[in-house]
Design a protein around this ligand. Sequence first.
Ligand SMILES: Nc1ncnc2c1ncn2[C@@H]1O[C@H](COP(=O)(O)OP(=O)(O)O)[C@@H](O)[C@H]1O
Ligand SMILES: [Mg+2]
Length: 255
Amino acid sequence: MSAALKMAPEAPTPILQCQGIGKRFGGLVALSEVDFTIGAGEVVALLGDNGAGKSTLVKVISGVFPPDSGRVMLGGRELRASSPMDVRDQGIETVFQDLALCDNLGAAENIFLGRELEYKRLGLFRELDQARMKREAKKVLDDMHIRIRDLDAPVRTMSGGQRQAVAISRAVYWKAKLMILDEPTAALGVPEQKKVLDLIRNLKSRNVPVIVISHNMQDVFEVADRAFVMRRGRAVADIKISETTPRDVVSMMIG
Ligand SMILES: Nc1ncnc2c1ncn2[C@@H]1O[C@H](COP(=O)(O)OP(=O)(O)O)[C@@H](O)[C@H]1O
Ligand SMILES: [Mg+2]
């Protein structure tokens, strides 16, 4: 048999594929022809200088706004997104740069936000099964080694790291197909940053792929498998972390 006929082992279906994504804001081209892929259990760092288009790409994937061109595929099928909640229901859990928790609600309520467990009682009346939601929330938080003393305390009273942890727990509880974290450690102290990195590793060990945006090269090199580098709305590199250095990545970012 000739060497040319030997086929490479088939790559597993990527979880998420962005194909030729373009997005403009008026005259400004925020994204241009961006192709991006992530597979099960991969951690990909999305990198680039301020204004490179990282958050815009995340927002297109998460259904905040549609792309002007291109498409997003989830599990081999085109993702039709009518809203961020719809995309979350389809399995993409995003922690936006401006965090997506309800400040006035507690950890348990945030984990079940928009997906409250109901039980029917005596015919017409539907009630929320608060006790069960709290039990389940406690279980998932314990499972992730996250300690939150009072599950009813509004998340506004929690530290940044605890808030991240609640958001990540929500992804785990609802078995997200993909987790996206836009600058999760930016506002955190060092011990909390480490905790978030642990949570990312925890997701990876559950085979959940993670896209993480961070300016902290040390974090990136500690936790990511791959760096996807953007500059002025374009992808300029897609490289294994093991095959690059922080210095090279920074020079790719600034061009
Ligand atoms: N809603 C918006 N309206 C207008 N311009 C925007 C909007 N969101 C982002 N931009 C612009 O798009 C470009 C990319 O922004 P962004 O994706 O937030 O970059 P990054 O997250 O990499 O810092 C920037 O020039 C930014 O000013
Ligand atoms: Mg951003």
